[in-house]
Design a protein around this ligand. Structure first.
Ligand code: MG
Length: 162
């Protein structure tokens, strides 16, 4: 069996009056993401983790942010495109782990919905997805509520080679 690991990271600026969408779930918040798309840091980092594991470049190469075609698209689109590549190459997702770093609001009350929606978009069991959230201890831009970031790791296996 062939296994591959992928790592993804994303950060977006936060501004008042914008939507805060994480894992496809809109979270009530004073501030939301400034981005070409919806700025969903979890879906962007996860898309990059999948593409990285497959050695397929990154989200910016596949979907350039200066291309109007991708403007204001829900980030579910990028994630589903990466999943298609994964499926084509006959890989399966073993598990996904992630850390969301945001000062406010608390992500905990939305965690289960984020996990369930991420699993649904990828067409996998929710037990294969985990989401953790933490603050930046009031330090730096994230701690000042000027940005939020996300790290994702993913493990893939290729069934064919078992
Ligand atoms: Mg991004």
């Amino acid at each position: 069996m062939e296994v591959r690991v992928g790592l993804g990271f994303d950060i977006h600026r936060l501004e008042e009056g914008k939507k805060l969408v994480i894992g496809g779930v809109e979270i009530p918040s004073e501030k939301g993401f400034v981005a070409h798309s919806d700025g969903d840091i979890l879906f962007h980092a996860l898309t990059d983790a999948i593409l990285g594991a497959l050695g397929y470049g990154d989200i910016g190469e596949l979907f350039p942010d200066n291309d109007p075609k991708y403007k204001n698209l829900p980030s579910e689109f990028f994630l589903k495109e990466a999943k298609k590549i994964l499926d084509d190459k006959k890989y399966k997702i073993v598990n996904i782990d992630s850390v969301i770093i945001i000062e406010k609001p608390k992500i905990m009350p939305y965690r289960q919905r984020i996990i369930e929606n991420t699993a649904k978009v990828l067409g996998i069991e929710k037990e294969r997805v985990f989401v953790k959230a933490k603050t930046n201890e009031k330090l730096d831009s994230i701690g000042n509520q000027e940005a939020a970031a996300c790290y994702v790791v993913i493990l893939l296996k290729q069934e064919d080679k078992e």
